[in-house]
Write a protein that binds this ligand. Sequence first.
Ligand SMILES: C[S@@+](CC[C@H](N)C(=O)[O-])C[C@H]1O[C@@H](n2cnc3c(N)ncnc32)[C@H](O)[C@@H]1O
Length: 269
Amino acid sequence: MTAQPAHDHLVTDRSLLSTKAYGTGQHLSARQSLYQWQTPRHDLPGIVVAELKDTHGAVADVGCGNGKFVARVRQERPDLTVLPMDVSHGILAAIPGAVVADVQQLPIADGTLGAVLALHMLYHVEDQARAVKELARVLSPGGIAIVSTNSGTDKRELEDLWRRAAGDVLGTQHGPARVQLSARFTLEDAPTILGTVFDDIRTIPLPGVIEVTDAEPVIAHLASYEAWAGQMGVPFKQTIERARERVNETIQAEGAFRITCLGGILVCQ
Ligand SMILES: C[S@@+](CC[C@H](N)C(=O)[O-])C[C@H]1O[C@@H](n2cnc3c(N)ncnc32)[C@H](O)[C@@H]1O
């Protein structure tokens, strides 16, 4: 799957990110909670904590969102100083010690961190080359950057569902593709982009299948793209309602609606 230049600037639009998309944690939580129906379940915060086993000192979580990873690292590694950072002020409200900061210009001195996390966030960054340089700049010798994103093939059934539902609304076979966030920084592209700065990159693939017998978690996931509704080229709410009908039809016919997932974590040094 390729990046969609038409949507590119909207995925990185900072005013949109910090208001409609991530002004609160509501949309992010809807996307995160779909994974409770995935087999196998991957404990992402647990994997990050395990990768931090040799890390000491301070760890920044850049683009920390609703603080899911911050809370877990603080709980399991109270010896580390965790620095939560994000461009969206509103989403940081409940995270102690969080500061507004952009990964393209981190307010951190050179060579001071044991690790830096950039989890499911680099696809929102306009200048990824600069962001990756920043991640490396703030690390002390031997420090690690932990990055995550999704494959270009991730949740392709959702893309298909959206295009068919949009087609039903527009009276065509397939409607336009929806905005795909991770298309700007896929698991396949990530090693090349990170490899401009880091010598050693280890990918941990996290495949799975989501299976639901109730349409609501899938519909909540689609609805979480509301920030980009005006750019989808189809009435958003109507498409969501049609998607709900299609998911229910599949559940009735096949007993479940299935979504194939492929995410991954990259550990960089
Ligand atoms: C998909 S969420 C991921 C949140 C969290 N890291 C996680 O994996 O659950 C992306 C987050 O990155 C933030 N973000 C986007 N662009 C950013 C930038 N240039 N610098 C720092 N944070 C950014 C957004 O505000 C949002 O909270």
